[in-house]
Design a protein around this ligand. Structure first.
Ligand code: C2E
Ligand code: MG
Ligand code: MG
Length: 593
């Protein structure tokens, strides 16, 4: 029975929608009986909306909003239908129509039902003064042609109001609004409110810390969500045990906890140490590490939300550079984060305005001067003609994940250029494309690469992927598998910027590789005394491993000669050819023909 109320309008109501002549009157008592069975406040709200529409004989189009504790300032939309559907869960204060906001707030504060000039009705359900909910319905006909029977409406609303209170539904709303159901900890909304309280009272010497479980989503994926839930519970318990009573512990994100308390009682390192000993999760010992970003309240000022934002900036940075450690928020971090955010939004706009394009830098055989490849390089030219260097915007694109879509475009465009060159009979052996770690970690990468090849109609052997050492050293089977498959299909793989990663070289044996690119910092030293040692070593290493070696950044004849003398026969650099846009490349190729 309950389901009828929730899941759909009863058949009778649907019939009435079409039959304006009116059918049998709605069975109000049945509706109340149905609502009686409801224990969930949102389902109750949806049921009330439906039954009131039925009673008024108006389309089922409206919304219901209510506030925990009956505080109208915090009211949210609990149920919404028709043109209001996308307002679900929005705070009343953020609804886009000011008149509607006033109407709803008016009904909630006064605890009475009201109607505006356009016929919209805000019907109050509850007890004035102790909170309740307001059902809003578009009832244009109700104001003129068919006046509502207010007595019947009032009685109906009063009945629903009794149910609302006797079943403690509003109290549950409060709980739902402020408590995390899994961990029974205060949630993000509550946490921010508490930080706000602290800020408003001008409390000094308080610390706000955000603690995040490292690699939680990977654990969740591998071990399953049930395990993930248990892990969260155990970590929450450990954190709770590490804090004296009175310090607030909240769950503010999927795997992020918020801690708020006096400096003397909250030590970030103690929070991290709380998981020093392995945790028993479903009787399995499990080792986790935590990362923490924290801020001293009252230093930078700002509201609770601002302070949480600052701690989030510190947390993100710690995640990136100091995993398993804690980091305090400092003002310059905010400035940097804002600059990055600005650059990111500019980059998004630039992509839309098609301000990004590719240039191609030739890779030559140093002995014969023959063209062996082209490296595709991204360029961003602003409206004023200024170029933003890739070294600036690529990291931002990587950090935000935008690189996945951007990289897909680069692959597709570079492959299309290769097709055109093949058609013109001027193509080199391959087109080299740079790929970032975020792209390779994306499950769809191999498919993306295949699609780019297929859509351009070129063979896999025409494509080379350049990955940096930092990607290569990632101990992921997934990366290995992705590269193995693509290479088996004919794509070649090059290690870019070789020698700059300061890492163990074991990946050279583990990964399927074709080529090493000597970083230009080593090529630049070739003119200096003893400057050739690293380049020499790389050339030798490549030969031993049976890999081709290509030198980047060749800027003069000296370097060119030195490289050849050490057996490095492939090169790329301003001395040989600049990176060129499509038109310039066509000219360059034509001139060589
Ligand atoms: P990279 O892959 O090592 O690219 C070679 C860089 O060296 C390019 O800088 C190129 O313009 C520059 N270069 C070439 N010859 C010379 C030379 O003789 N002297 C000097 N000093 N530099 C030379 P660019 O285009 O600024 O790119 C910088 C980096 O940005 C690239 O380094 C690559 O890591 C990244 N990048 C560029 N395009 C893409 C892309 O489409 N996707 C990804 N993921 N990264 C890209
Ligand atoms: Mg490269
Ligand atoms: Mg490079």
């Amino acid at each position: 029975m309950t389901q009828t109320l929730v899941l759909g309008r009863p058949k009778k109501a649907r019939a009435q929608e079409c039959d304006d002549a009116g059918g049998p009157p709605p069975d109000v008592h049945a509706a109340v009986r149905l609502a009686l069975a409801e224990t969930d406040v949102r389902r109750f709200a949806l049921g009330a909306l439906e039954q009131l529409a039925l009673l008024l004989d108006v389309p089922w189009q409206g919304l219901v909003c209510a506030a925990p504790d009956g505080r109208p300032g915090e009211a949210r939309v609990l149920a919404a239908q028709g043109r209001y559907a996308h307002w679900l869960e929005r705070p009343l204060t953020q609804l886009p129509e000011p008149l509607l906001r006033t109407l709803l707030a008016d009904a909630l504060t006064r605890g009475t039902s009201v109607q505006d000039a356009t016929g919209r009705m805000a019907l109050f359900i509850g007890r004035p003064g102790t909170g309740g909910m307001v059902v809003l319905l578009d009832a244009p006909g109700a104001s003129a042609a068919r006046r509502p029977d207010w007595r019947l409406l009032d009685a109906f609303c009063a009945n629903l109001g009794l149910l609302l209170h006797s079943r403690g539904l509003l109290e549950r709303l409060h709980e739902q609004a402020y408590k995390d159901p899994l961990l029974s900890l205060p949630n993000r909304a509550r946490f921010i409110e508490k930080v706000d309280e602290c800020v408003n009272r001008g409390l000094q010497g308080h610390i706000l810390a955000l603690v995040d479980i490292d690699d939680f989503s990977a654990t969740n994926d591998v071990m399953g969500h049930r395990f993930g839930d248990r892990l969260l519970e155990v970590v929450a318990r450990r954190l709770g045990d590490a804090l004296p009573p009175g310090v607030l512990l909240a769950r503010v994100g999927a795997d992020t906890f918020g801690v708020l308390g006096p400096v003397g009682q909250v030590a970030p390192q103690r929070l991290l140490d709380s998981v020093g000993q392995p945790l028993a999760v479903e009787a399995v010992p499990h080792k986790v590490s935590l990362t923490c970003g924290w801020v001293l309240l009252g230093e930078g000022g700002g509201s609770g939300v601002d302070q949480v934002k600052d701690a989030t900036i510190a947390l993100k940075r710690a995640k990136r550079d100091h995993r398993g450690q804690h980091l305090q928020y400092l003002a310059h971090m905010g400035a940097e984060a804002r600059a990055r955010a600005l650059l990111l939004s500019d980059l998004r706009a630039a992509i839309e305005r098609q301000q990004l394009f590719l240039v191609y830098q030739p890779q030559l055989d140093l002995r014969t001067g023959a063209l062996i490849g082209l490296e595709a390089l991204l360029r961003w030219r602003c409206e004023d003609g200024r170029f933003i260097p890739p070294a600036q915007f690529i990291p931002v694109a990587e950090h935000s994940g935008l690189i996945v879509a951007l990289g897909e475009w680069v692959l597709a465009t570079a492959c299309r250029t290769m097709r055109e060159l093949l058609d013109a009979g001027r193509a080199p052996l391959r087109m080299a494309v740079n790929v970032s770690m975020a792209q390779l970690q994306d499950a769809g990468f191999a498919a993306t690469a295949r699609r780019a090849l297929a859509e351009a109609g070129i063979e896999a052997r025409h494509l080379e992927l350049e990955i940096t050492e930092s990607v290569a050293v990632l101990p992921t089977d997934f990366l290995e598998a992705t590269l193995q498959t693509l290479r088996a299909e004919g794509v070649s793989i090059a290690i870019d910027d070789f020698g700059t990663g300061y890492s163990s070289l074991s990946y050279l044996e583990r990964l399927p590789l074709d080529r090493i690119k000597i970083d230009r910092s080593f090529v630049r030293q070739l003119g200096e005394p003893r400057g050739a040692r690293i380049a020499e070593m790389v050339a030798q290493l490549g030969r031993r491993l049976g890999l081709a070696v290509l030198a980047e950044g060749i800027e003069d004849e000296v370097a060119c000669g030195a490289l050849q003398a050490m057996g490095c026969h492939e090169g790329q650099g301003f001395h040989l050819a600049m990176p060129m846009d499509k038109a310039a490349l066509d000219g360059w190729l034509q001139a060589r023909a």
